[in-house]
Design a binder for this molecule. Structure first.
Ligand SMILES: [Zn+2]
Length: 131
């Protein structure tokens, strides 16, 4: 019996987690990736792309996926993220400007016509900045 241990918006995220588990010898399966790849609006309806493991591996798989590796990676490879221009915080994440309008147009005519641009959002002060 397979147990869902994680859900992702995009298939590549599930495959990264699956590879992490495979490196520890844990069998894992990505479910619904092709359906969501064909029609990404189904992602919310289906609960996202699911990562499943056999029931016997459920606990250890959760523990492996919950290990935070960011500090180790920064130590090994250095930090190359974005700094918030307003407050100088390193706690930023990717943000896509124009995504909401593209989504609405996509709903209306099933094709995203509005251009989007990349940016960052600061988790500390909440400012959104184009990069
Ligand atoms: Zn900030």
């Amino acid at each position: 019996m397979l147990i869902t241990i994680a859900r992702f918006s995009f298939p590549y995220e599930a495959h990264i987690a699956k590879s992490r588990l495979a490196s520890e010898g844990i069998p894992a399966y990505v479910v619904d990736e092709h359906t969501i790849s064909m029609q990404w609006l189904y992602s919310n309806a289906l609960g996202g792309v699911r990562l499943q493991v056999p029931k016997d591996f459920e606990v250890i798989a959760q523990e492996i996926l919950n290990v935070e590796l960011e500090a180790t990676l920064v130590e090994q490879q250095g930090w190359d993220g974005n700094i918030c221009p307003k407050c100088g915080s390193r706690e930023t994440e990717y943000y896509q400007f124009g995504k909401r309008m593209a989504f609405l147009v996509f709903i209306g005519i099933e094709f995203p016509l509005f251009p989007t641009s990349d940016g960052i959002i600061c988790k500390k002060c909440g400012s959104k900045n184009k990069i």
